[in-house]
Design a protein around this ligand. Structure first.
Ligand SMILES: [Zn+2]
Length: 355
């Protein structure tokens, strides 16, 4: 059943959805921490545990191109299924419609003016930047990244904090003569992730998985090519393909019982204009199709599908997750069960200085 966190309730009935609505206008960090700890409570076993984190970034995904957000979107049976037990955010804004700057924002919790990565080609994330991977690695998680585009190669600094980072590309991965043209398929990225996952030692982990197929060129596998070939149809075919791989990943880990102690985040770095306002691709303008992205979060203890309508920003994702995943960070923050945004600022990577 679908719930809406912003729904009205009788006066005096202060329940968790009401508490959620109070923080919707605050940072997404507060929302993530709140939905976890308000739901679990201070003294529960869950509040004392550490959790794995699987973070999936779908490159070039505008929210309304997905059936999850729009009946006319690409069929997304996997996302629909996963969201039945999670939180779906319906108003999520990326800070910049470029792959590398947006991922730097996503993984550092800082704006481009702070992390200084404002384009794809010549920029490099400074070593002094504190990433989600570094935070979790320093506090006991194994960390690994699997990318679909050379734009996110380790050489640009975004791999800092990862114990393992698969950015190996071969000549067959070159689709056209441009940095963005060097890419792997979602299946290849998933297989790389599984090779790591199946051999990794026991212990908590953070896996970052990046699917790049929806970026140009739109060349979905044959079974996802629409009967009538159009630019938009081929784009949606790529999204449908990615959704199928996400389903494979999700079900594969479900067989291992992973989701009982793992947080799953699925989002995107930016959208795609598809000809609106005269732009194909993304990167020139910041119209809604270029910056609106999906966000689905599934927590270890499943909930009925909960739709959260308040506006949130991509920059806040990595601020909320470390505290939820790491008991060590919770202790450092001096809280065993932080539940309001002002407490989040104590330990946030940005610490109130995210530029
Ligand atoms: Zn991108």
């Amino acid at each position: 059943m679908e719930q809406e966190a912003s729904s009205n309730r009788p006066p005096g009935s202060i329940r968790k959805p009401i508490l959620l609505s109070l923080v919707l206008v605050a940072a997404l960090a507060a929302v993530i921490v709140s939905i976890f700890f308000l739901r679990e409570g201070k003294s529960t076993k869950a509040a004392r545990e550490a959790y794995n984190l699987v973070f999936i970034s779908i490159d070039t995904v505008r929210d309304d191109a997905l059936q999850l957000y729009n009946p006319n979107g690409a069929p997304t049976p996997s996302l629909n299924r996963i969201s039945e037990n999670g939180y779906v955010f319906t108003d999520v804004i990326a800070q910049v419609p470029f792959t590398l700057p947006s991922h730097c924002t996503m993984l550092t919790g800082t704006y481009p003016m702070k992390h200084l990565v404002q384009e794809n080609i010549k920029a490099r994330l400074p070593d002094k930047a504190l990433t989600l991977a570094e935070l979790l690695k320093q506090n006991g998680h194994q960390t690994a990244g699997f990318i679909g585009s050379i734009v996110l190669a380790a050489s640009v600094g975004i791999s800092q904090g990862f114990d393992q980072y698969d950015d190996v590309f071969t000549l067959s991965d070159i689709k056209f003569a441009d940095l963005g043209g060097v890419q792997k398929t979602a299946d290849e990225v998933y297989q790389s992730f599984r090779r790591w996952f199946d051999k990794k030692p026991p212990g908590k982990f953070f896996a970052f998985v990046h699917f790049y197929d929806a970026h140009i060129p739109y060349e979905p596998p044959p079974e996802f090519i629409p009967k009538t070939i159009t630019r938009e149809g081929m784009y949606k075919g790529e999204l449908q393909y990615i959704d199928s791989v996400i389903g494979k990943l999700y079900d594969g880990l479900a067989q291992q019982g992973i989701w009982e102690n793992t947080i799953l985040v699925i989002t995107g770095d930016h959208g795609e204009m598809l000809g609106e306002h005269g732009e194909y691709g993304h990167g020139y303008f910041v119209y809604q199709p270029a910056v609106r992205v999906p966000l689905v979060i599934q927590l270890p203890k499943r909930v009925e599908k909960t739709v959260i309508k308040g506006p949130v920003q991509l920059v806040d994702i990595s601020s909320g997750l470390p505290l939820v995943c790491s008991t060590t960070l919770r202790r450092k923050a001096g809280r065993t069960s932080p539940s309001v945004s002002r407490k989040v600022k104590r330990w946030s990577p940005s610490a109130g200085d995210r530029g």
